[in-house]
Design a protein. Structure first.
Length: 253
């Protein structure tokens, strides 16, 4: 029993890349199974979601694809993304799941959501083979605080299903930014301007790069990352996120 428990904790903690930091949390989750972040009921599934919430996500037909900069019309200047895909409309259920991935030390939930998102992305990307998946990076200070990058976990899940290489070292966030939840569209654009730098131009030159984030709202962060990739020679840049809010977007125009 003891050896099996140690093995389980080590495997689960490896998703975050911080085995020691998360060993205690994972031990508690093993002894006291976590509640489903979607509905609050106990969840026995490895990903931490109950069966009902898993089925709700899998059966939800809503998926959005934008291919015009006018869909993110608040953006001043050039829009560098050729398309943006949101795998679900933002909902209270999905919002609670994303909050759990980001702030409750549940990186494996992010990987699982990426796998589920990949099944939805596959149809959109069949005719447009991507060469490389790049998660939106966190600044080093934020990553140390959180213990892992939630976008990287989602990207890992997507990459595993779509068999597309993923790299977390190609793109670097060169300065920290403030949380954008309460910022206007213009403030988000200023907040994210020039924050990304490509560290390996050879890896993106001439390639179709797919940027992954948890949520896309105004597109400021994703577009800033795409600008850096295009400047480094990427042939095309697409974006994908778990969700995009539907209500209140006019506030960001």
């Amino acid at each position: 029993m003891g050896q099996r428990l140690v093995s389980l904790i080590t495997r689960e903690a490896s998703y975050a890349g911080k085995p020691l930091l998360y060993a205690g949390t994972l031990l508690l989750n093993y002894l006291y199974p976590p509640y489903c972040p979607g509905c609050g009921l106990p969840a026995a599934a490895a990903a931490g979601l109950c069966r009902r919430c898993r089925l709700l996500l899998a059966s939800d037909p809503d998926m959005r694809r934008w291919s015009e900069g006018s869909d993110f019309s608040y953006c001043a200047g050039k829009f560098y993304l050729s398309q943006v895909i949101a795998c679900w409309d933002y909902s209270p259920l999905l919002g609670r799941i994303i909050q759990a991935i980001k702030y409750s030390g549940r990186p494996r939930l992010g990987v699982w959501m990426g796998e589920l998102a990949a099944d939805r992305l596959r149809a959109c990307l069949l005719r447009e083979r991507c060469d490389l998946i790049v998660p939106v990076p966190l600044h080093a200070l934020r990553r140390r605080e959180r213990g892992y990058n939630q976008s990287r976990m989602i990207a890992r899940g997507i990459a595993s299903r779509l068999t597309i290489p993923v790299s977390s070292s190609v793109l670097k966030r060169v300065r920290p930014t403030v949380t954008q939840t309460s910022l206007s569209g213009e403030e988000r654009q200023v907040n994210t301007a020039g924050v990304f730098q490509v560290r390996n131009r050879d890896a993106v030159r001439g390639s179709h790069v797919l940027i992954i984030d948890d949520v896309v709202t105004t597109g400021a962060t994703m577009n800033s990352a795409a600008e850096a990739l295009v400047a480094a020679g990427a042939g095309r840049v697409s974006g994908a996120a778990l969700a995009r809010p539907v209500l209140g977007l006019h506030a960001f125009r």
